[in-house]
Design a protein around this ligand. Structure first.
Ligand code: PSV
Ligand code: MN
Length: 414
């Protein structure tokens, strides 16, 4: 379909929306122009569950291959200009690896995004990292945080994205309050080391790998720690890090209201932190989150500072296909939420017209925005269907041939 030929209109009359008004197409194009999402380097590598891995021949085995894959996704979608890096997995020599990464940025046309410290792999972290009862181990973990901040500075990347596996498995075995104090101190010390443009994003998770308590279990704890650390710290919401049935968009609304929302790790889940592709189980959830953000933007709360990132692990789907599918789904859901007639909705909310309000809201969700997204892509010189373009390009087959001997070396977890 050619851009400009077809018109799109969201009537806001509830039920199915008609797409036929050029004003709505303008809204759609503006929303799509504004939307960028970061892809994770680890989403291209062979990963598994705690029971093992099913390796893929085309999976990336080096940082170079991860950048190549990320660059390809960006070429196909046009909206993934940055790639999240995990320090130990991607820069095992710390700051010394920065020149190599800078070379890869130039070669593959994608920049380094958030820097993820790794405080969960070393043997010494068995009883915690920044919350370990041993002062020596805590100091070592803090050193890694400070190194990660230096990597961020050297790469010119804005966000340090912190998730810790710290916690305990059995009641009474750790002092939860002492660990809060250690964490406060460490995050403050980290914050003090940051350059003015940097941010510290504090991610929470109520379970796994610790099963009795985790040291940052929910958004309230993250928010407290971020405030304690300093003005450049914010909360990171990973959509898979909640108990079932938790109202994530309400958490988002609170974080927007208190100006503490730093960003997202998007993925989908059915049971726990399943790391499934975004929108595969509950696309309405992501729509509801985006709606809160659009509504807050209308009210003058700055959404420019919200980092949209993907945090997925593709065990069964092809890595490249899963990533492109996710990016396209994110665009669609972001756009659907942008099409809600929020002025009208506010009126219906005020008069408590419940059914009309809900139908207006759901009407946007049910709208098939795929044609307008394709039209936008064509207008921006991108393939109308990036998944089909990936298939046609033969990229995955080539990668499988080139990487097969390395990527198929199975490493089990036991
Ligand atoms: C932990 O489950 C997490 O969500 C953190 O963001 C980690 O950095 C990432 O997954 C690693 O896959
Ligand atoms: Mn995450």
């Amino acid at each position: 379909m050619q851009a400009g030929k077809k018109r799109f209109h969201a009537t806001g009359e509830g039920k199915m929306m008609k797409l036929s008004d050029s004003a709505v197409q303008d809204v759609a194009f503006k929303a799509l122009d504004a939307f960028k999402i970061e892809i994770p380097s680890w989403g291209f590598a062979n990963t598994g569950t705690r029971f093992g891995k099913f390796v893929q021949a085309a999976a990336a085995t080096t940082i170079e291959e991860k950048f190549a894959d990320a660059g390809e996704v960006n070429k196909l979608t046009g909206v993934t200009p940055t790639v999240a890096l995990h320090v130990l997995w991607d820069l095992p020599n710390g700051v010394k690896d920065v020149p190599e990464v800078k070379g890869l940025e130039k070669r593959f046309g994608v920049k380094s995004g958030s820097i993820n410290p790794n405080l969960f792999q070393d043997q010494e972290y068995k009883y915690g990292s920044l919350c370990n009862p041993s002062a020596d181990i805590r100091a070592h973990a803090l050193e890694h945080m400070l190194d990660s901040i230096e990597i961020g500075k050297a790469l010119g990347s804005r966000d340090i994205s912190l998730w810790m596996a710290d916690g305990s498995n059995y009641p009474g075995t750790q002092s939860m309050r002492k660990r809060i104090t250690w964490l406060e101190e460490a995050l403050k010390a980290s914050h003090d080391q940051m350059a003015p443009g940097q941010r510290l994003l504090v991610e929470y998770k109520p379970f796994e790998p610790a099963f009795y308590h985790t040291d940052i279990a929910d958004w309230g704890m993250s928010s407290h720690l971020a405030k304690f650390a300093g003005p450049q710290a914010r909360v990171l919401v990973d959509t898979g890090h909640h108990y079932s049935a938790q109202n994530i968009e309400q958490i988002v609304a609170w974080l927007l209201h208190t100006n503490m929302l730093g960003g997202f790790h998007f993925n989908d889940r059915r049971y726990a932190d399943d790391d499934l592709t975004l929108g595969s189980i509950d696309p309405y959830q992501i729509f509801r989150i985006f709606h809160e953000i659009h509504a807050a933007t209308d009210d003058g709360l700055g959404s420019g500072e919200i980092a949209y990132m993907i945090d997925q692990s593709h065990n069964l789907k092809g890595k490249m296909e899963a990533m492109v599918q996710t990016v396209a789904t994110a665009q669609e859901l972001y756009l659907k939420a942008a099409l809600v007639d929020r002025k009208k909705l506010a009126g219906l909310q005020h008069s408590c017209d419940l059914v009309d309000a809900e139908e207006l809201y759901r009407g946007a969700f049910w709208t098939d925005v795929r044609p307008v997204v394709s039209a936008w892509r064509v207008a921006r010189g991108l393939p109308a269907d990036p998944l089909a373009a990936l298939k046609e390009s033969g990229y995955v087959e080539r990668a499988a041939k080139e990487r097969g001997s390395r990527s198929m070396a199975v490493s089990s977890y036991a």
